[in-house]
Design a protein around this ligand. Structure first.
Ligand SMILES: NC(=O)C1=CN([C@@H]2O[C@H](COP(=O)(O)OP(=O)(O)OC[C@H]3O[C@@H](n4cnc5c(N)ncnc54)[C@H](OP(=O)(O)O)[C@@H]3O)[C@@H](O)[C@H]2O)C=CC1
Ligand SMILES: Cc1cn([C@H]2C[C@H](O)[C@@H](COP(=O)(O)OP(=O)(O)O[C@H]3O[C@@H](C)C(=O)[C@@H](O)[C@H]3O)O2)c(=O)[nH]c1=O
Length: 272
């Protein structure tokens, strides 16, 4: 089964590439906005149509996105083109050739006001530009192709790209203490967990199954914690293996002003 993966250099895409060898019946083709034989720029619909026509995949896995949460507040049009409009074009192009689409979304589609983990069926209400654009992408995918899976994940970390885990370890190289917000809670998620979850769905489809088809699912790590708790965990593990570590002060969101508002409660849960 041929799977066209967007965003070749992203965290999830790179973990998909690492895991591909465990799924010999899945042929993963990675494209990016530059540097690949077939270029796919989500901000340029013509390149989307051309890439899908060139590869005629059975599944499109959209792992690319505009993920700079604060920067999105200053570039809402570009963020909307990439996160909101392009997924609909990918989904429509997939539908035209009878292909399925897996689209990755985020906890930031929720406002964070609920006092329990969010279920896929809970009402959405994003509070920042990034979340609004990701919600538009979800809606566009649902409208364009019934053969979709929308997998919402959260707080992604991996050895690749930019993420909170790597930021903490980098800061610890030069600082004795750092201050991290202790009033935003969520589920840190390894990009490998996401890759494994999505490839398990593809394996099922390859065998003729219909696992999760038409569903919006939550695919996150098992443990919820605050960003401060996550930082402390990162340093505890790092210290145990002889890596950098530093003291973490717990602060409130009000003490760490950022351009974009983030949900206080980002916990996601998938019903059994
Ligand atoms: N990171 C996180 O904490 C979370 C991520 N998600 C979602 O998970 C998915 C994967 O995220 P993650 O792997 O962390 O993302 P990354 O930020 O690691 O990578 C995003 C990729 O998207 C590519 N990209 C950006 N703009 C375009 C464009 N116009 N055309 C083509 N490619 C583009 C980037 O390309 P380039 O290398 O050229 O910059 C990059 O390779 C996304 O849908 C994201 O919204 C959901 C929840 C949490
Ligand atoms: C670096 C740093 C951040 N923070 C705070 C800011 C913010 O509230 C929180 C997380 O910071 P970041 O900017 O690294 O994370 P952020 O970019 O908000 O992460 C989000 O990315 C997008 C793509 C998603 O979809 C989300 O699930 C989520 O993972 O930690 C501190 O309190 N101290 C620090 O030293």
């Amino acid at each position: 089964m041929k799977i066209l993966v967007t965003g070749k250099e992203g965290q999830v895409a790179r973990c998909l590439a690492d895991r591909a060898k465990d799924h010999p019946k899945l042929e993963l083709i990675f494209v990016a906005r530059e540097g690949t034989d077939t270029v796919l720029d989500l901000a340029d619909p013509d390149t989307i149509r051309a890439a899908v026509a060139a590869h005629k995949p059975d599944v499109i896995l959209n792992a690319a996105a505009y993920t700079a949460v604060d920067q999105a507040e200053d570039e809402p049009d570009l963020a909307m083109a990439v996160n909101g409009t392009a997924p609909g074009i990918l989904a429509a192009e997939a539908a035209k050739i009878g292909a399925k689409i897996i689209h990755i979304s985020t906890d930031y589609v929720f406002d964070g006001d609920l006092d329990r983990p969010y279920l896929p069926s809970d009402p959405v209400n994003p509070i920042g530009v990034y979340g609004k654009t990701k919600l538009a992408g979800e809606e566009a995918v649902r409208a364009a192709n019934p053969d979709h899976v929308i997998a919402r994940t959260a707080w992604v970390y991996s050895p690749y790209g930019k993420n909170f885990y790597k930021t903490m370890l980098r800061l610890a190289e030069t600082k004795d203490e750092i201050s991290v917000v202790d009033d935003q809670i969520g589920n840190p998620t390894s990009a490998y967990e996401i890759a494994d979850g999505l490839l398990a769905i593809c394996d099922d489809w390859e065998k003729g199954g219909s696992k999760r088809l038409g569903e919006t699912i939550h695919l996150v790590g098992p443990d919820a914690m605050t960003w401060c708790g996550f930082a402390r965990k990162i340093f505890a593990e790092s210290k145990a293996s002889g890596g950098p570590s530093c003291h973490v002060n717990a602060i409130s969101t009000a003490d760490y002003p950022t351009k974009a508002k983030r949900p206080a409660n980002s916990r996601l849960e998938q019903p059994a």
